[in-house]
Design a protein around this ligand. Sequence first.
Ligand code: MGP
Length: 212
Amino acid sequence: MATSEPRGTESEDLSTESPTATTSSPEQYIKHPLQNRWALWYFKNDKSKSWTENLRLISKFDTVEDFWALYNHIQQPSKLGFGCDYSLFKDGIKPMWEDDRNKLGGRWLMTLSKQQRHNDLDRYWMETLLCLVGESFDEASDEVCGAVVNVRPKGDKISIWTANCQNREAIMTIGQQYKERLNLPMKAMIGYQSHDDTSSKSGSTTKNMYTV
Ligand code: MGP
């Protein structure tokens, strides 16, 4: 048949190629490493347990592919129940004030309105995760410990935790670049608070050390 001829020719051509030309390149089977290994934690508010008992490690990953596999497998924050959190932290840092690498630090805190749960929460959280795993804050990325999303009836919160609240330059770089990545309007303000102030606060608000 007329159509069989070109096929025969093609297969002949292929058979003369060197074996290496038909072998997959490493690019096709090696996963793309991230700069850090990350741990995803889940918090479920069970009033019969202590705060630390309610915190559970979900999984760790250190490649782009494993990040997306995990991300696609779990619920978006907007589908979580009230009182639940996700925390993504560098491996070895627990998502709590008490950890040695958090205790001198603080967080850039974004408080969302109730309406934003529907419009912005999942999108902002995904962008926050990408900022972390993609080490988006230049050298200041070393200062990042992790990020948290809190799903709350009064309004959800997303925060980026950093290691030392005195490291003004790195903190400002992170805050400015984070705001740009989220495409927040210029007039929207986010504040940075030390964990020391947050954990010892008496009223409902904590003072900002920095704002962008
Ligand atoms: P929260 O979950 O960060 O915010 O803290 P929420 O629920 O919006 O409450 P608000 O106080 O900010 O309005 C709630 C409570 O969880 C805190 O008051 C602590 O009792 C406890 N908690 C939160 N964090 C982040 C920690 C932590 O790192 N360590 C310990 N021991 N308790 C914490």
